[in-house]
Design a protein. Structure first.
Length: 434
């Protein structure tokens, strides 16, 4: 079948087939049009407004899930291939229909097209302030469906959604410095990190395609596609570049480094788990390297500190958190002493992944504080130094923290059954001893 421009044949085609009462005819017609748009075998862009009208009017009345799925698939293709324009009335109507579908009210299958369709709509109305709630809702759904516990199709759907509107949301919030939308952007960040370390290669590749869309300085080679590891580094660098101004972003990253649970709590939980289960339960995503992610965050923060950026923020960070950090490191050391086999040795609690990661998080966090303290001096006389006056109390606390950190670092060499067991952690040792 060939669709020709001009005349009433196109309207007749739509009347007879796309809105046919027979669901099989509707579905076959929708599939044909979608394939034509996707493959560009026929120029049917002149019919995009007619298709939009049909889709908009029939979404609420379409009872067949396959046809509803096909209509949303056609809407996405028209938006991406034919620059489909959606007026404000249609935006309100379509978003009201799509949000429940994207929330899964009619099943997972429709989520895979409803969420990208919602992204296509949002892409056209980002500049309109009254759709801020729609941005927050889409980011919430992106975070929800990017989890490793969700099925692969949903995670792939998130990567598609990010490719459609992710860069635009990030850039809009960064340029406007909209503090209220920062939490939503943080959800895009954590979701992207998780997808770039997904255990399924197809998901990682799709997530890397999203990061390849992030703007890069001209001095970088503009590859059209990236490996997921390179995509993760690019994502980190870009977020630090465009959100360096935000205290909220720096607080968020520092919180990601430290983690939600203290090492003491994690070590106690590990002992309980080990006494009940012979084998430790695996994470939902065994591919993810959390320590690599935390290390990247630390490296970028350390560059800001050494480079003299955000001096006032980091000075407040040091003075407000040094005392609690000393208490946290000290309690971790006390907890380690209570175990028969300390540290990384055979049977030691730090030989388990979760306690190991928690202690390393704490050491990186502590070293951030110490890095700030090392910057004190007269910046007029010492290049690369701040005009930072810690005060006697903070200087003393810094020395105490340094001594505790040194002790905790020495835990990696423990006496177990009369023998020294050494565990070399190159990337970590270089970081803490720098």
């Amino acid at each position: 079948m060939k669709i020709e421009s001009g005349g009433n044949k196109n309207e007749e085609f739509l009347t007879k087939f796309l809105i046919s009462e027979n669901r099989d005819i509707r579905y076959a017609s929708l599939q044909y049009v979608t394939d034509s748009v996707r493959s560009k075998t026929q120029d049917i862009g002149f019919l995009k407004d007619v298709f939009l009208k049909n889709i908009s009017e029939s979404l609420t009345s379409e009872y067949n899930l396959a046809c509803l799925h096909a209509k949303l698939e056609l809407f996405i293709e028209l938006s991406e291939q034919c620059d489909l324009f959606v007026c404000e009335d249609d935006i309100v109507h379509l978003s009201g229909v799509l949000l429940p579908l994207a929330n899964g009210e009619r099943g997972t299958t429709l989520v895979t097209v409803a969420l990208p369709a919602l992204a296509c709509i949002l892409k056209q109305c980002l500049h309109i302030g009254k759709y801020r709630d729609l941005i927050c809702e889409l980011c919430r759904l992106v975070e929800k469906y990017s989890r490793a516990t969700c099925v692969e199709d949903l995670r792939l759907t998130v990567t598609k959604t990010l490719q459609i509107v992710g860069c635009q949301i990030i850039n809009m919030v960064a340029k406007s410095q909209d503090q209220d939308l920062l939490p939503s952007v943080f959800k895009l960040f954590t979701s992207s990190v998780e997808l770039l370390q997904d255990e399924m290669q197809e998901v990682r590749m799709a997530a890397a395609e999203f990061t390849s869309l992030l703007p890069r300085p001209p001095c970088f080679v503009q590859y059209s596609s990236l490996h997921s590891n390179a995509g993760l580094q690019l994502l980190m660098n870009y977020f630090f570049m465009v959100f360096e101004w935000s205290n909220g972003f720096l607080d968020f990253i520092i919180g990601q480094i430290l983690g939600n649970k203290s090492p003491v709590q994690i070590m106690k939980n590990q002992l309980v788990t080990s006494s009940v289960h012979l084998f430790e339960q695996e994470e939902a995503n065994i591919y993810a390297e959390h320590m690599v992610t935390v290390q990247m965050m630390y490296t970028n923060l350390h560059k800001l500190i050494v480079g003299g950026s955000r001096q006032e923020y980091f000075e407040d960070f040091l003075k407000s958190r040094i005392k609690t950090t000393i208490e946290l490191v000290n309690s971790t050391l006390d907890e380690l002493k209570s175990f028969p086999n300390q540290g990384y040795g055979v049977g030691g609690v730090l030989s388990f992944p979760k306690p190991f990661l928690a202690v390393n998080r704490l050491l990186l966090y502590s070293n951030l504080l110490l890095s700030v303290a090392r910057q004190q001096g007269d910046s007029d006389q010492e290049e690369g130094r701040w005009k930072l006056d810690l005060g006697e109390e903070v200087e003393t606390q810094t020395q105490v923290l340094q001594s505790y950190v040194n002790i905790l670092c020495q835990v990696r060499s423990q006496i177990v059954d009369g023998q020294y067991i050494h565990l070399y952690l190159g990337y970590f040792i270089n970081c803490v001893q720098s």
